[in-house]
Structure formats: structure tokens, C-alpha cells
Design a protein around this ligand. Sequence first.
Ligand code: NAD
Ligand code: MG
Length: 415
Amino acid sequence: MRAGAKGNRPQQITLLGATGSIGTQTLDVLALHPERYQVYALTAGHRWEALAEQCLRWRPRYAVLADEQAAEALRNHLRGLGSDTEVLAGAQAQCQVAAAADVDTVVAAIVGAAGVYPTLAAVDAGKRILLANKEALVVTGQLFMDAVRRSGAELIPVDSEHSAIFQCLPWGLPAGGDRLRGVSKLLLTASGGPFRGMDAEALARVTPAEAVRHPNWSMGPKISVDSATLMNKGLELIEACWLFAVTPAQVEVVVHPQSVLHSMVEYDDGSVLAQLGSPDMKTPIACALAWPERIRSGAERLDFTRLGGLDFEAPDETCFPCLRLAREAMDTGGVATAVLNAANEVAVAAFLAGHLDFPGIAAVVEQTLATTAMPACSDVEAVMAVDAQARRQARDIAVKVAKVVKHKDVSERAQ
Ligand code: NAD
Ligand code: MG
């Protein structure tokens, strides 16, 4: 049987977060292989107009919006155009289309902890899961991996660094809690983001518009800010620990500004394997879709004669403390990484809305981690209750941190 299809029929895909950066690039890859893949369901948050266009092009059986009113607007719009797509609303419906019996593969591309329940629904149903939504794994960690083991779901990373590591492991992901054999460390590369090399003074003045302008990758606003603070690398370090069953001490972050080498695996014998490609998410998306086969992605090819140098340097954890905070949260274990993620989502939203300065993001995360209760949690509902509590705490802290910023600005102007 071909990996890309069950029997002779095309593989049925549910795409969670279809209107986002990963969602639209996934559709770009699917469009190159109509004989291999069919879209079963497309889901999004509230942008119904974008989802409407995708529904008309892809004719999925279901379209789901988290927002009820947006779903009503989409339903009326599609009905008026004679579309067969059934429109559903709410978080439960996202879980339903992720777990549906007819679905083979679920692309988890919702941003943030909003993706926890739909992604876990796909895991519990034993699907092949193409994981872009790193926050779902960061928030639920051990519970997520236990559920994968129980259901026999097949987890394939889409995040470019984890895809690179996955491709450098001849045996794929370690099964059932096994450790990686013969691996001494994983080297996670980071672009360094748009503010690489800036000092604390300059970082205090950067704007949201500058933060979302990434030098190499075109991504959604939240992950772009995470790349600028290095929290993205922190979340990826946690993601790598769960996916590859390693400790934070076995993951080294290396800044590589060109984003051509996407991560590496160092083996006990000193050999280092790396995966390279142009900075285009269509490559890891296509790799995950077809694995272990290879299909065209539409990504630009690397031209080594025009590449120039590849540079590497250590990350600056003094000016960019989020990487350290993430590593410490993973070392703490339990729900600490859920608290880290919740605080970061609140802080990034406050920064994007202009309510918090850039260094305030790390300050909110650090103070939320220091002041939120972290009980032992044996189920996802308990973890999500901690997530909700951490968000309340982070909002209060963000207001106080923002006041300090304002106060400082006022006093500076007065001088
Ligand atoms: P994005 O903001 O461009 O898109 C997010 C998608 O999630 C949209 O379709 C949005 O409608 C949907 N969404 C938001 N809230 C929702 C909710 N409550 N319920 C249902 N859907 C909701 O984000 P992105 O850049 O595509 O990133 C998606 C995920 O992939 C993130 O976890 C990110 O860390 C990860 N990722 C992205 C890239 C990239 O290059 N963009 C690379 C690696 C990993
Ligand atoms: Mg990445």
C-alpha cells in the first residue's frame, strides 16, 4: 500500500487552522498532489471570509469556525452559492472533525493552546498527526505523549527544526518512552529573529510592527513575536524533549542567521547529521505529508554556489531571557510549561496590542511562573484549569508591568 493513500483512495485530510500561515502553505502543497490527498475538513478561528474562499476551492465535507457568529455568516454565504460544505461551530466541532472515522491525517496548525483539545482528539482517535501546533505539546507534555502511545497515533513533526532532527534519525521517533540510541545531543538552530545583536536599551524601544517582520520566514504574528523574544526556541526545546525523549541538557541551541541548516543530531561517535533546505515551510509540510515517501513541495531549491557563508553563534540569553525561562520550566516539569505558555500568550497579545513593551514579555512570563500555583495534574482538564489561572495571573502582572513602563516614560520625559 502506498503511504500517501489508503488502498487506492486519496488520503482524507482535516486541516486545523486552515487560514493561517501553515494552513495556507499546506493547501499549496496539497494542490500539487490532487491524486494523493482530499480535504475532509477545514477549520479556523473567526475569519470566515478566508475560510469561505478555501471551501469553494477545496469543497470539504465540513468547515468549522470556533466563533458561532462567524460560522453563521459562513453558512449563509456558502448556502447562497450552492456549496455542499456543512458548516459547524465551536471547539467541540473541531474535535469532531479531527477524530472522524473517515479521516486519515490531521494537520494540527491552530496557534496556541486553543489547539490542545482538537489536536488531542486526533491523537485519541489514533490518526496520523502532522504537528505544527507546538503549544499543544508544550501545554500537555506527558499526557500528550501517553495518549499517543495508548492510541497508536503516528506523530510527525512539521516545525522545521524538529522535521530536520526527525529526518536525521535513521529509526524515526523513539517508541514508547525509549531513549534515542547513540545520540549525544540535538542541536536546535535559531535564526536569532529580527532583533539579534540588539542591547537591552534598543530592545525596550522596538515596536510590534518591527517584531513581526522576520528576516527569513513568513509566519503568523504570534510565532513571529516568539521568534523575536527567542521564546519560540524555548517552546521548541520543550517540544524536542517530548518528541525525541531527551532532557533539556541534551538540547543545544545554536543561532544560525541564514536559516538554511534547520537543525542537527550529534551521535556518540562524533558524527553530526544536518538537514538543509531553503527557509520555506512547504518543505517540512510536504515531508510530513508523504513520509516516508518524498513528494514535490513547491519550495525553492538551494543553490549552493550562491549561498555564501553559513554562520553559527551562541544565543544571547541575557538580553533574550525567554529561552532560559523555557528551559527552567521544562526542568521544573509538571504544569510549569503550561504556565510558561499561558503567560507568554497573554504577554505577546498585550505586546501586539501596544499595552506592553518588548522586555515586558519576558518579565510577565517570569513573574507568572514565580507566582502561579502548580498542582500535580493527571488529566487535561486539570491542566487547562491551571492554564486559565495562569492567564488571569499574567493579565494582572501585565497591567502592573505596563504601569511601570508608562511611569518610566513619564519620568524620562519630565527630566
Ligand atoms: P497563524 O496565526 O498564521 O494561523 C493560526 C490559525 O489558527 C488560523 O487559521 C486561525 O484561524 C486558527 N485559530 C486561531 N485561534 C483559533 C481557535 N480558537 N480555534 C480554532 N482555530 C483557531 O499561525 P501560524 O504561523 O500558521 O502557526 C500555527 C502553528 O504552527 C503555531 O503553533 C506555530 O507555532 C506553528 N508553526 C508555525 C510556523 C510558521 O512558519 N508559520 C513554523 C513552525 C511552527
Ligand atoms: Mg521552528
